[in-house]
Design a protein around this ligand. Structure first.
Ligand code: ATP
Length: 243
């Protein structure tokens, strides 16, 4: 990894045919941040995250992840990051433990490291004994927790999490927020998207309001609220989006 910011996005544009999904986004994320993209359906959050994860090519603009160009040096970025898709699937006939073990063995050369990662992932998932059941018997929330555990068990330098807590009940959402906070305390950096503005307000060091492919406003949740005279981020977003 090179020195400098973890994520640098400059004048990013992404078109799908005639549709402009991302329209000139610039942002920068530093080490140890939990950076939140918030905005309504179709705002462009997933598109931005997929470009950061080097899964989608930009139409225009520059994206640098951990010092590497996301277009020209994508293969250097992929081993250093984790990406949790909004609709990450599961393997019906594998148990949670089998799935985690397969991923860990692909990622780690050493069996000791792989076993450590699987144990950590099981703890993150909170699945307990159910980790040995087939994934087809899991609830939506259980699958989500398993996928979050998969994304964090490799201790990525940057975890890109698309709506990590969507579909989770309050207890498990809280547990996952704690896991995310711990991950950054241990040296990681996180960029996530969410519809839950109150959660983002509580969790994120900085947030960007995304609307129609643009960054409308950006900063620390507390400062945004002060600047806009809003009592929470939901109010602040509505105020900015209706200008
Ligand atoms: P949500 O909160 O609903 O997940 P989002 O902010 O993540 O929304 P995106 O998924 O980035 O939004 O979508 C932005 C726009 O780009 C939408 O209009 C969407 O329909 C469009 N879009 C996304 N992916 C594609 C694609 N592969 N082909 C065509 N259009 C796409």
């Amino acid at each position: 990894m090179r020195a400098g910011s973890i994520v640098v996005v400059r004048n990013l544009v992404k078109r799908f045919g005639d549709l402009v999904a991302v329209d000139g986004v610039s942002l920068q994320i530093e080490k140890g941040e939990i950076y939140g993209l918030i905005g309504p359906n179709g705002a462009g959050k997933t598109t931005i995250l997929r470009i950061m994860a080097a899964l989608l090519l930009p139409t225009r603009g520059y994206v640098e992840i951990l010092g590497y160009d996301a277009v020209k040096e994508a293969s250097k970025i992929r081993p250093l990051i984790s990406y949790l898709a909004e609709d990450a699937g599961t393997y019906r006939n594998l148990s949670g433990r089998e799935y985690l073990s397969i991923v860990a063995r692909i990622y780690f050369d050493s069996n000791v490291e792989a076993s450590r990662a699987v144990e950590e992932a099981i703890s993150i998932s909170g699945l307990g004994e159910r980790v040995d059941d087939r994934m087809k018997t899991y609830s939506k929330g259980m699958k989500r927790r398993l996928q979050i555990a998969r994304a964090l068990m490799t201790r990525p330098k940057l975890a890109i999490l698309d709506e990590p807590t969507s579909g989770l009940d309050v207890f498990h959402a809280k547990h996952i927020r704690e896991v995310i906070s711990r991950h950054v305390k241990e040296g990681g950096t996180i960029v996530l998207s969410s519809h839950n503005m109150l959660e983002v307000e509580y969790l994120c060091t900085r947030v960007a309001f995304i609307h129609r492919g643009h960054v409308l406003f950006e900063g620390e949740p507390k400062k945004i609220k002060n600047e806009l005279g809003a009592s929470n981020l939901e109010e602040a977003f509505i105020e900015v989006a209706s200008r």
